[in-house]
Design a protein around this ligand. Structure first.
Ligand SMILES: Cc1ncc(C[n+]2csc(CCOP(=O)(O)OP(=O)(O)O)c2C)c(N)n1
Length: 640
């Protein structure tokens, strides 16, 4: 009998004895492995929290008690036992189950996430709402040691200790962020983790201290100081206790009984509690245990070998960035690289290996990375911050206040700009043009292909001011790479083709789409100018105004929200110059883009060449004219 089939609600978990819970844990692992190997997803984080999730749901009563998952990439087990196992096969698919907690999906998902380090703030908010309303329930935040490196987590711990309300933070410590965790907090947790005799030593210490005779005030002071320093050295979790939390741990995160006992204790405390749980990332699947970073988030793979199924042979934008950064670093010793816990994802690991002293993994601390990089830039260095477009959202004020205002020559390499696919709305990089375009001093570029990316990176490396370069997830077009870097004149666009009817102005990966649309229109008798904008800022106003003079209208194309995006900047250009011309903007409307396969999403949100053509034909009533033109062309052809 499959136990998982009998779990329709977390209450069903409460009926199981230890042996059954342990059996269920194995069934859940098999289910997750099977679905993720097919759909892709966050495998290792979920395999690591199976017992922990079962223990949480055994002790707490969701949805009355509120369980909040930090980042939310580890909530698959939670989803499976909160009534969603029947649709688990649709995980991360378009119209299927999200890979992250979603309030719209279940009453057991109490706070949406995808970005890191928000859970303690959210838990504190829910706990305070409970207090203010006079309700009674427990609030639990589950946060990884990686997420704990994020500034927001510290801010929330600080405030929670101060408010001293009833809430439990479960620190899921697996020593890993995506890769090995970094920082002093990580080192501190490591010290706590490795000494199993802490509790015993704590008791011994107290007995010892009581025995110190208090002879005179000096001795008392010495004893106090001794007590303090020894406590820091010997008492586990002292740091959390100082912040106002009751510390429990370290607890074996794969021992359901032990977990249940500690959580029961935590539940009965009426103050902030931190439960320090030790887990193994990837637990139960050897390839993931051995390579937890590779299996943190993975595409479809072969379960037997653990090898990813990959069919794209073209290099990714990330790999071109990675190679170019090393080359630039070789030529210029002032070049530095920053990542916020995304070394592999952003392609900075090669630079890190080649120039370890010039590389900084700051942890999940995007804001700190930006300000620190700015200071280095002001001291004559050239920092490249390699970051996903979506995560730079965190550092908006630092870009304005610390970088742009001082014109610090920091380069933002914005990977995953545009629609990213299965990770969904928390991860699409579709806001960066809007949140960067209005910042003075900042240059914004977007390459049409991977060859142009390397030239833009070079251009940024020699430009004396802040630059952002946005490029998409996944592979490039497979174009030949020039051997020598070229400096692209700042603010100069590229005319791909000249035409007489319409002007297509495209950004980044939409240049290729624009070329396809132009060809389709050409086949129907409409001739288009196609411009690769290259610079979103400064805009090549001269070229754009000149090229639209003789065409009927303008179509702007961007894989980005329309509000405040590239198309908006073209509208501003026309307004400033008193030009009145019809503009149709292709991009994303004012709604969040859901999760799913990238191609399906582009189709659903109107970004494929076919959908764009449809829209252009509707807006410019070309259809009628073209129908007649086509008939005329055919007739002339026939008469020959
Ligand atoms: C603000 C932000 N930056 C980066 C990421 C990418 N990211 C997702 S999970 C993760 C590591 C989280 O580590 P940890 O909290 O220890 O969880 P684990 O996967 O080890 O269980 C990172 C860096 C993110 N989600 N949010």
């Amino acid at each position: 009998m499959n136990l998982l089939d009998t779990i329709n609600d977390p209450n069903d978990i409460k009926k199981l004895n230890l042996a059954q819970l342990e059996k269920l844990a194995q069934e859940i692992r098999a289910e997750i492995l099977s679905v993720v190997s097919n759909n892709g997803g966050h495998l290792a984080p979920n395999l690591g929290v199976v017992e922990l999730t079962l223990a949480i749901h055994s002790v707490y009563s969701s949805p009355i008690d509120k369980i909040i998952w930090d980042v939310g990439h580890q909530a698959y087990v939670h989803k499976l036992i909160t009534g969603r196992k029947g649709i688990f096969l649709t995980l991360r698919k378009y119209n299927g189950l999200s890979g992250f907690p979603k309030r719209s999906e279940s009453c057991h998902d109490v706070f949406d996430a995808g970005h890191s380090s928000t859970s303690i703030s959210a838990a504190l908010g829910l706990a305070k709402a409970r207090d203010l309303k006079g309700d009674k329930y427990e609030v639990v935040a589950v946060i990884g040691d990686g997420a704990m490196t994020g500034g927001m987590a510290f801010e929330a711990l600080n405030h929670a200790g101060h408010l001293s309300t009833d809430l439990t933070v479960i620190l899921n410590d697996n020593e890993m962020s995506i890769a090995q965790n970094v920082g002093a907090m990580s080192a501190y947790l490591n010290r706590v983790r490795i000494d199993p005799f802490y509790t015993k030593r704590k008791e011994d210490l107290e007995i010892l201290l009581k025995k110190i005779p208090a002879i005179g005030s000096t001795m008392i002071k010495v004893a106090d100081r001794l007590k303090d320093s020894l406590r820091y050295l010997l008492v586990p979790g002292m740091l959390f206790e100082e912040l106002g939390f009751k510390y429990f741990g370290p607890v074996n995160g794969h021992d359901i009984n032990e977990l249940k006992t500690v959580l029961q204790n935590a539940k009965h405390m009426n103050k902030p509690v931190l439960v320090h749980v030790i887990t193994k990332k990837g637990k139960g699947y050897l390839p993931a245990e051995e390579n937890p970073d590779k299996f943190h988030g993975i595409g479809p793979f072969d379960i037997k070998t653990g090898k990813a199924y990959k069919n794209d042979t073209k290099p990714s934008y990330t790999s071109i960035f990675s190679d170019t950064l090393v080359k630039l670093g070789e030529a210029n010793p002032k070049i530095l690289a920053f990542t916020a816990a995304m070394g592999e994802g952003t392609g900075t690991t090669s630079f890190a290996e080649r120039f370890p002293k010039r590389f900084f993994d700051v942890g999940i601390a995007e804001q700190h990375a930006v300000t620190m990089a700015s200071a280095l830039a002001l001291e004559g260095f050239k920092p490249f911050i390699a970051i996903y477009s979506t995560f730079l959202q965190r550092a908006y004020d630092q870009i304005v206040h610390d970088v742009a205002l001082q014109n610090a020559p920091v380069v933002f390499a914005l990977d995953r700009a545009g629609i990213v696919g299965e990770d969904g709305p928390t991860h699409h990089g579709v806001f960066d043009i809007s949140y960067l375009r209005h910042i003075p001093n900042l240059i914004i570029m977007a390459p049409k292909d991977e060859n142009e990316l390397q030239h833009m990176l070079y251009t940024a490396s020699v430009y004396n001011g802040p630059v952002a370069i946005r490029y998409p997830r996944g592979s490039g077009l497979g174009v030949q790479l020039d051997d020598k870097f070229q400096e692209i004149p700042i603010g100069k666009s590229e005319v791909i083709q000249n035409g007489s009817d319409l002007t297509l102005l495209a950004v980044g990966n939409m240049v290729e789409t624009a070329k396809k649309v132009a060809q389709m229109l050409q086949d129907k008798g409409t001739s288009c100018t196609v411009i690769n904008t290259r610079f979103i800022k400064p805009l090549d106003g001269e070229l754009i105004l000149e090229s639209i003079k003789n065409t009927k209208g303008i179509i702007t194309l961007e894989e980005h929200v329309l509000a405040g995006g590239f198309g908006s900047s073209v509208l501003e250009l026309l307004e400033i110059n008193g030009v009145s011309k019809k503009v149709v903007r292709i991009g994303l409307n004012d709604e969040f883009v859901t999760h799913g396969n990238i191609d399906i999403l582009r189709e659903a949100y109107g970004l494929t060449p076919e959908k764009i053509l449809e829209k252009i034909e509707k807006e410019f009533i070309l259809k009628e004219t073209n129908k007649f033109k086509k008939i005329a062309i055919n007739l002339i052809g026939r008469s020959k």
